[in-house]
Ligand binder design. Structure first.
Ligand code: GLA
Ligand code: ZN
Length: 683
């Protein structure tokens, strides 16, 4: 049985587009032979194959796909079958223009590109259900079918009449009456008060662009519409193939802006509740010019951990490149050895797959220079093919780890809507809000010490964590405050900061300032949030040392907390910058200033010690070597990864066995540049 949970292998493979090569039978034949050589066991079929499956309305041509299914099955492989809604056929756009999006300037788009259908269009929804039903009927019982891949990288928004109607419906459901909308969005400001529902339009450069509450709700609406469309897509699949798990590939973004964070446009915290397994497309900017490889690895680790945390179960890397992408400004190939290292990192953080975009490089069109397992030379001899082959071989030896869990005691809180609201609001420093980027700064301290971290939303259970970091949680619902208070009172350790709890659910400021509940948790009261220019700094004292601050200094007064650090300069010199408040069984820290990582390291050290969070396999963990742990059947599996171009030696705190060679490893481990070792120990 090929179904995901029953397959004992890690999945290794990726996007396979035979539909581009139907006129080249020799290529299709070579594909299967080469896949076996490369230790590929899984392919994703059908992404963008709609025009090959339904070349004319109502005419279906599944025969080519039947053959591929058989071939993959014959080689013992799994099929992840995509629904084709990510790219609709030309005939559909021509006959039913409403399937295409209308942009924020009211401009209806014609056919082109992909991922740009209207989520509301009744015609599109109907057509998608027809093709999805046909796919489920034809392949639902096929032994190679292992998972459904719904559409591709959902994103974007549409402003057509249907979407506007849905927008108003959504608002009516949320707010009940128009007066509540006027209040939530503070529409009396600039006299924008609505007097009839028909006046309510989406935010657009043609109309409202400054109503923050509206922008926030529009983002939420788009997540809900995308989920609604997705649920519509999966209806026939659930009905006909209730045992086949369903996923859709989530994304990360940032790259050339030096960031690497989960996509900001859709609330994946919410979306993940509707998928059986989380999957995502991982394209960090390896070997860039602006940071060390270890720093890129830290960011990549953060994103893996965030996708893990959505369900706290193994996820899939649905796409990654075996060499280069084609859409960064500079598209560097992975150096020899880096492919195995960066792929092992996926498994180390909880992925049960390494899947690629793409199996074979396309011959023409937009992505012809994107990396692939098989290049234009069609050769099994080239470096990329060889490395993929070797990786597949190694992955097979790790099979006993598949499905392994993690044991995590530290969590970082991130809410998509808080991020949207903070980014949207005026004031302060526009380029320096940097919410997820700041969370990564905190994360880096733990990553350096090989301490596992989950990145959760306000809806997750806090009580299982010994330490919870919730800096910059700008938008905070009353329910979250209650949860945080209870968390601390019952023994949790909480860290928060400037920007926290400024607004409620609809981005309205709390009347009378900082909510009582937060004052009770932290024992302080914020007075002013001072913005610093990029070249401006303050200094704070902490444990006898001085640390530079940047971007933000919040001026606070203390009610009951202990002051651990004070500002050294400016008109607020001598006022508290770092505080600690004991509440019930727990402790709540408040960081009023933004600092560099040197301070964070110093700040967290005593907390890590007190809570006994450090349990690295390395006696002296270093930044360049990351050790991540997965746990299964009473064993701990340590992935020891050298993210540097140098040989690294670490001293081990425990005797382990190398899972690939069976040899005992104790005392010392020497890692070649880019090397990964996987060590096993009794828990
Ligand atoms: C995305 C898409 C793929 C492909 C890759 C290229 O992840 O899903 O179809 O375009 O990007 O990196
Ligand atoms: Zn629309």
């Amino acid at each position: 049985m090929a179904r995901f949970d029953l397959d004992e292998r890690f999945w290794h493979g990726g996007d396979y587009n035979p539909d581009q090569w139907l006129a080249y039978p020799e290529i299709l034949e070579a594909d299967i032979v080469m896949m076996e050589k490369a230790n590929i066991n899984t392919v994703t079929l059908g992404v963008f194959a709609w025009s090959a499956l339904e070349p004319e309305e109502g005419t279906f041509t599944f025969e080519w796909l039947d053959k591929i299914f058989e071939d993959i099955h014959a080689m013992g492989g799994n099929v992840i079958l995509a629904t084709p809604s990510g790219g609709r056929p030309q005939w559909m756009s021509e006959k039913y223009p409403e399937v295409n999006r209308t942009d924020a300037l009211n401009m209806p788009h014609h056919h082109g590109f992909r991922h740009n259908h209207c989520y509301s269009s009744p015609v599109y929804r109907e057509k998608v259900q027809i093709i999805n039903q046909k796919l489920a009927e034809r392949y639902g019982q096929h032994p190679a079918l292992s998972m459904w891949h719904i559409s591709n990288e959902y994103s974007g928004e549409c402003y057509c009449k249907h979407c506007q109607e849905n927008w108003r419906k959504w608002l009516k459901k949320k707010y009940g009456d128009l007066e509540a909308v006027n209040e939530a969005w503070w529409m009396r400001f600039w006299g924008g008060t609505y007097s009839s529902w028909s006046q309510v339009l989406p935010p657009s450069p043609l109309g409202e662009t400054k109503v923050h509450g509206m922008d926030l709700d529009w983002k939420r609406f788009n997540t809900d519409m995308t989920i609604d469309f997705y649920l519509h897509e999966i209806e026939p699949l659930r009905r006909l193939t209730p045992d086949i798990p369903v996923t859709t590939n989530f994304m990360a973004e940032g790259h050339d802006q030096h960031d690497f964070i989960p996509l900001e446009g859709l609330d994946y915290g919410k979306f993940s509740k509707y998928v059986d397994i989380v999957s995502w497309d991982s394209y960090p900017d390896w070997h860039n010019r602006y940071e060390s490889l270890a720093e890129t690895a830290m960011k990549s680790a953060y994103v893996h951990d965030q996708f893990w945390s959505l369900k706290q179960q193994p996820f899939l890397v649905m796409e990654s490149t075996p060499s280069a992408v084609n859409w960064h400004s500079y598209n560097k190939s992975k150096r020899p050895g880096a492919h195995i290292l960066t792929s092992m990192q996926q498994i180390a953080h909880g992925s049960d797959s390494t899947l690629y975009f793409q199996w074979r490089q396309s011959r023409g069109n937009s992505e012809k220079f994107h990396g692939a397992v098989v290049g234009h030379d069609n050769s099994t001899q080239n470096r990329v093919f060889q490395e993929v082959t070797e990786y597949g071989k190694r992955l097979d030896k790790l099979a006993e780890i598949k499905g392994a869990g993690k044991q995590v005691k530290v969590a970082i809180l991130f809410d998509w809507d808080s991020n949207w609201a903070l980014k949207r609001g005026g004031g302060f420093g526009r380029p320096t809000r940097l919410y997820p980027q700041t969370l990564q700064e905190h994360y880096a301290v733990f990553w350096e010490q090989d301490i596992g971290v989950d990145i959760i939303t306000s809806e997750h259970d806090f009580s299982k964590y010994d330490l919870l970091l919730a800096p910059m949680l700008y938008l905070m619902r009353q329910g979250t405050m209650r949860k945080l208070k209870q968390y601390v009172e019952t023994g949790g350790t909480l860290v928060s900061s400037y920007f926290t709890g400024m607004v409620g659910e609809t981005d309205l400021l709390y009347v009378g300032g900082w909510p009582e509940e937060l004052q009770e948790i932290f024992g302080i009261k914020p007075q002013e949030l001072e913005m610093l220019y990029p070249d401006e700094h303050n200094r704070i004292t902490f444990e006898g040392q001085q640390f530079e601050t940047k971007d933000y200094s919040e001026i606070i007064t203390v009610q009951q907390a202990d002051v651990l650090g004070e500002y050294q300069e400016d008109f607020y010199r001598g006022t508290p910058a770092v505080t600690r408040h004991i509440l019930g069984e727990g402790t709540a820290y408040y960081l009023a200033a933004r600092t560099n990582r040197d301070f964070l390291k110093q700040f967290y050290q005593p907390i890590i010690k007190e809570l006994a969070l450090a349990d690295s396999l390395a006696k002296n963990p270093i930044y360049e070597v990351s050790i991540q742990t997965r746990i299964k059947n009473g064993y701990r599996y340590y992935f020891v990864m050298n993210f540097s171009e140098d040989v690294q030696t670490i001293e081990l705190s425990q005797v382990t066995a190398d899972i690939e060679t069976g040899q005992t490893v104790e005392a010392e481990l020497r890692l070649a540049p880019y090397e990964t070792r996987i060590l096993k120990a009794v828990k």
